[in-house]
Design a protein. Structure first.
Length: 112
């Protein structure tokens, strides 16, 4: 894993930061190891996402990029691993959040 793959942005809201920490804990527990993001930055703050000019995911607490990393099967329905998606959804629901897949390579995390 690149040391930067899962760096948590400093400018997240407290809820966005909690989401990132809970996602990391779930990935580590379910994978039995530290996750590998495949060299891509996994977490973006709303401000970073807006600056990129991305069309979807605006207004989210956190953006999760999952372009082939270990996190992909926990967010992307293209992987058809519904058990992993359910585990991640349960983790997020505990915080009053939900995941909405925006494209095949990123997901927005919103308040319920």
């Amino acid at each position: 894993m690149s040391k930067y793959d899962f760096e948590i942005p400093e400018d997240l809201s407290s809820l966005g930061s909690a989401a990132a920490h809970h996602i990391m804990a779930t990935l580590t527990r379910e994978l039995g190891k530290a996750p590998d993001g495949g060299g891509c930055t996994a977490f973006y703050s709303p401000a970073e996402w807006l600056a990129r000019g991305e069309k979807y995911g605006r207004g989210a607490e956190l953006i999760v990029v999952h372009d082939g990393g270990d996190q992909a099967s926990f967010f992307s329905y293209d992987y058809e691993n519904y058990g992993n998606i359910d585990k991640m959804n349960e983790t997020l629901e505990e915080l009053g959040l939900y995941a909405e897949q925006c494209t095949c390579w990123y997901t927005a995390i919103y308040m319920i």
